[in-house]
Design a protein around this ligand. Structure first.
Ligand code: ATP
Ligand code: MG
Length: 423
C-alpha cells in the first residue's frame, strides 16, 4: 500500500508560505477595522438548504461544486462554498438586524468547492470577505470598493484593475435576461453544451463562459447597462461619480456578471494580470434581496471576497514580501531644539492617526540621522531646520526613488495621504 496523500485540490502550508498568509490576514484585518468592520466567524458546515436558497439552485456552485454529507441522524449538511449565506443566516438567527445600521462584518475563512484544481483554483481555499447590510446608497458601494482597493495596495500588488458593472434589479433584470436569451437563442447551435443548458437556467452565466466559441458570441451580446431601470441607472452613475471623487480608478466592464445568483445592481472584480487564467483576486457586489430571501427583513447588502491564494500569486508577481513591513512611513531629521520640538509634535500627530513615523531622539548629526533613516527603511524623510521653520515649507523625500516634493510643514498628513508608498 502506498503512502497516504493529501486530498486533491488541498494544500499543506509551511512557514515560508505562511508568511504570505499572515501578511494578508493582518493587512486585511487592520484595514477592515479602519473602515469599522468587525470580525465574525460562522460554522464550517451548514444545512445544505442554506446554500441552495442563498447561493441559488441553478448556480454552478450549488449544482456541481458542493461538498455535502449526511450526519449520523440523516441530516444533510454542506461544507461552506462561500461566506455570505452563513453570515446572513447568523445575522438573522442572532437578531442582529435590530443593531445600529449598517452592520459591518468581515471574515477569514476556508471554503470548499469541488472544482478542477489548477493554479489559483483549489478545492479547499481561503477567503477574506466583508459584508455590509443596511446601506443602499452608492456611497456604501464606493466605500466597500475602496476597502478592497486599499487592502490590495497595502499588499504591494501591482497590475490590478478594478472592473465594475451593474446587473440591475428584479425590476429590470428580467427584461435584460429576455433580451440576452433572445440573442443567444439565435446562436444556439454555436454554443457549448453547458451554455445550451444555461440558456434555460442562467443565461447571464454564458457571458463569462471560457469556451472561445461562446466568448466570441458573447462579445456582441446586449449589455446590462443598456437595460437598467431609472433607479439602477442612477445608482450606477452615482457610484461612478463617487469612485472618481475618491480617486479609485475603474473601468466599466459589461462582461462582469458574477457567478452567484444573489447579486443586484453593482458587481465588481479586481483583476490581476500575470497570475494566469484565474486572475480575479477579488469579486463582489450588491445583494439587496438576499436577506429577505433567507427569511430576514428587507435589508440591502454589499460585500466582496478575496481569494487568499490568488492574492499570494499576485504578491509574488509584484515581488511583494511575505511579512508585514514594520518600517516607518516617515522619518523626520531635525537640527536644533526648535526643530526637534516641531518634529516631536508632527510625529505624535501622525502616530495618533495610525501612521508609523520616527524622528531623531539621539541628537545625532544630520548625516548620522539620514544614515539611520536609511537603515530602518523609512519610506519618506523630511529635514527640519531653521529655514524650514521660518518658511513653513520642507522637502518630502521619497527614499525609494529619491524624488523630492515641497510640502507644507503643517500639512504633512495630507501630503502623505496622497503618496503611493504611504500604505
Ligand atoms: P471564479 O471566477 O474564480 O470561479 P467565483 O465567481 O466562483 O470565481 P466567488 O464565489 O465570487 O468566485 O469568490 C470570490 C473569490 O474567491 C474569487 O474572486 C477568487 O479569488 C476566490 N475563489 C473562488 N473560488 C476559488 C477556488 N476554487 N480556489 C481558489 N480561490 C477561489
Ligand atoms: Mg467559480
Amino acid at each position: 500500500m502506498g503512502n497516504i496523500k493529501k486530498p486533491r485540490g488541498t494544500i499543506d502550508i509551511f512557514p515560508d508560505e505562511m508568511g504570505f498568509f499572515r501578511r494578508i490576514e493582518s493587512t486585511a484585518r487592520d484595514t477592515a477595522e479602519l473602515y469599522g468592520f468587525g470580525e465574525i466567524r460562522t460554522p464550517t458546515f451548514e444545512e445544505l438548504a442554506l446554500f441552495k436558497r442563498g447561493v441559488g439552485e441553478v448556480t454552478d456552485v450549488v449544482q456541481k461544486e458542493m461538498y455535502t454529507f449526511e450526519d449520523k441522524e440523516g441530516r444533510t449538511f454542506a461544507l461552506r462554498p462561500e461566506g455570505t449565506a452563513s453570515v446572513v443566516r447568523a445575522i438573522i438567527e442572532n437578531g442582529k438586524t435590530s443593531d445600529a445600521m449598517p452592520l459591518k462584518y468581515y471574515y477569514l475563512i476556508n471554503c470548499f468547492r469541488y472544482e478542477k484544481p489548477q493554479a489559483g483554483r483549489s478545492r479547499e481555499f481561503f477567503q477574506f470577505g466583508t459584508e455590509m447590510f443596511g446601506a443602499k446608497d452608492a456611497s456604501a458601494d464606493a466605500t466597500v470598493i475602496s476597502l478592497a482597493d486599499m487592502i490590495i495596495r497595502r499588499l504591494g500588488i501591482k497590475n490590478v484593475k478594478l472592473h465594475i458593472n451593474s446587473i440591475g434589479c428584479p425590476e429590470c433584470r428580467p427584461i435584460y435576461r429576455q433580451a440576452l436569451t433572445d440573442y443567444f437563442k439565435s446562436h444556439e447551435g454555436e454554443l457549448c453544451d453547458t451554455c445550451k443548458e444555461r440558456l434555460n437556467t442562467n443565461p447571464l452565466r454564458i457571458l463569462d463562459c471560457k469556451n472561445p466559441e461562446c466568448a466570441k458570441i458573447a462579445k456582441d451580446a446586449p449589455n446590462t447597462v443598456d437595460y437598467l431601470c431609472d433607479e439602477c441607472k442612477e445608482h450606477f452613475e452615482t457610484l461612478k461619480e463617487y469612485l472618481k471623487a475618491q480617486n479609485t480608478e475603474y473601468e466599466v466592464d459589461t462582461r462582469i456578471v458574477r457567478g452567484l445568483d444573489y447579486y443586484t445592481k453593482t458587481v465588481f472584480e479586481f483583476i490581476c494580470e500575470g497570475i494566469g487564467a484565474q486572475s480575479t483576486v477579488c469579486g463582489g457586489g450588491r445583494y439587496d434581496g438576499l436577506m429577505e430571501q433567507l427569511g430576514g427583513p428587507s435589508l440591502p447588502g454589499i460585500g466582496f471576497a478575496m481569494g487568499i491564494t490568488r492574492l499570494i500569486l499576485a504578491m509574488k508577481e509584484s515581488d511583494s514580501l511575505p511579512y508585514d513591513m514594520k518600517n516607518p512611513t516617515l522619518y523626520i531629521a531635525s537640527m536644533g531644539k526648535e526643530a526637534t520640538a516641531k518634529a516631536l509634535e508632527i510625529v505624535l500627530s501622525l502616530r495618533n492617526r495610525g501612521i508609523y513615523a520616527e524622528c531623531d531622539i539621539c541628537a545625532r548629526s544630520l548625516k548620522a540621522q539620514m544614515k539611520y533613516a536609511d537603515k530602518i527603511g523609512a519610506s519618506y524623510t523630511l529635514i527640519l531646520g531653521d529655514n524650514e521653520l521660518a518658511t513653513g515649507k520642507a522637502q518630502l523625500k521619497n527614499m525609494y526613488n529619491s524624488t523630492q516634493k515641497e510640502i507644507d510643514i503643517n500639512g504633512i498628513y495630507e501630503a502623505l495621504s496622497n503618496e503611493p508608498m504611504m500604505l
